[in-house]
Design a protein around this ligand. Structure first.
Ligand code: FES
Length: 64
């Protein structure tokens, strides 16, 4: 699914940045990826994906 249409960034790319580069917020994400600086419509969605990925990861770790 595309999160940022302007730059063609997908939810997978954002999840990978959180998991592999330790991205924890929009500022860090934008240091890694080009998104959010055209129309800005994707920022809220991208933030939710960051948060959700962190929550999913910590749940997974607790189970494991
Ligand atoms: S959709 Fe990301 S800047 Fe426009």
């Amino acid at each position: 699914m595309f999160v940022c249409m302007c730059y063609g960034v997908t939810d997978k790319t954002i999840r990978a940045a959180v998991q592999d580069q330790g991205v924890g917020n929009m500022r860090e994400l934008r240091a890694q990826l080009e998104l959010g600086s055209q129309c800005g419509k994707c920022i809220q969605m991208a933030q939710q994906i960051i948060d959700q990925t962190i929550v999913d990861d910590s749940l997974f770790k607790n189970v494991g």
